[in-house]
Ligand binder design. Sequence first.
Ligand code: ADP
Ligand code: TRP
Length: 324
Amino acid sequence: MSRILTGIQSSGRPHLGNVLGAIKPAIELSQQPENESFLFIADQHSLTTIKDGALRREYIRAVASAWLAFGLDTTKNVFWRQSHVPEHTELAWYLNCYTPFPMLANAHSFKDKSERLSDVNAGLFTYPCLMAADILLYDANIIPVGKDQKQHIEMTRDMASAVNNQVGEEVFVLPEAQIDERIMTIPGIDGQKMSKSYNNYIDIFLPANELYKVIKKIVSDSTPLEEPKNPDTDITFKLYALLATDEKVDTMRQNYLNGGYGYGHAKKELYELIIHQFAEPRERFTYYMENNDALERELRLGEEKARAVASKTIQRVREKFGFN
Ligand code: ADP
Ligand code: TRP
């Protein structure tokens, strides 16, 4: 039995890149009988950047609703908000005291943002300690993450080893990162990596007319309608190919190559495919966004299960550290 754990920052509304790159693969892993999945919303991590409470509340709800919309089974898995399990921050403090300054100063996540040190808060600097606490609190073995998080998992292993060596026994399980190289980087509407930070994302949960407006903004070249087009360099085609059946992709490819088929036609087909393929998740997303009580019930259930595990680990750690 592997204990899989991963956290999702609530730093915006989830987009197509998050859905295909993180949410769907994690739900598939959680459905394998040999796995036990712990999936949580890293809402305290989002405080390193987002300060507005109302915005945070909305993003937490949107991220939680997206996981439930894609069928996360909360009876078999554990799904909760980091901020509702105080053991995360308690363990983060202990780990802070076992982490050498240069290790944190070398973190890419910090270095990337540290051009002007006066703009950096201490939370951003010690971010990896909170992340390590998230993992070590649950004795997790496997951490599915994107490549950008690999260093954080290595740091988690270093922190766990530092404690284990000092205490002289295995207080913490050493986790392994699982980086799925098959997961492709989904392009945004401008062709760069789709990301909240580039404002180039497709929010598949938008109302239909707004979704269509975003899809119409996908960048294309100016080849006239009648002329043949190259599907392999076109963003609309790339996005369509990620979602459609092989047969449909072949048909669209032929349409591009034959000419007489405009980018507007392709965008309309992409829009219709998204609406059709995500009809059920879109409906469930709206349901949870509009029924906060139902959403809260799911999260409370997870909190209870998470706390049961977390409080045992914290007891074990407090005892080793002489706090009880
Ligand atoms: P963003 O870049 O929008 O801020 P995050 O860094 O919060 O996204 O990523 C959350 C999860 O979604 C991560 O597991 C990440 O690997 C995945 N993800 C984000 N953008 C993409 C993308 N364009 N293609 C594939 N996966 C992505
Ligand atoms: N830092 C991760 C990210 O930005 C989110 C995260 C927080 C996480 N705690 C975690 C991921 C624990 C895996 C395990 O994507």
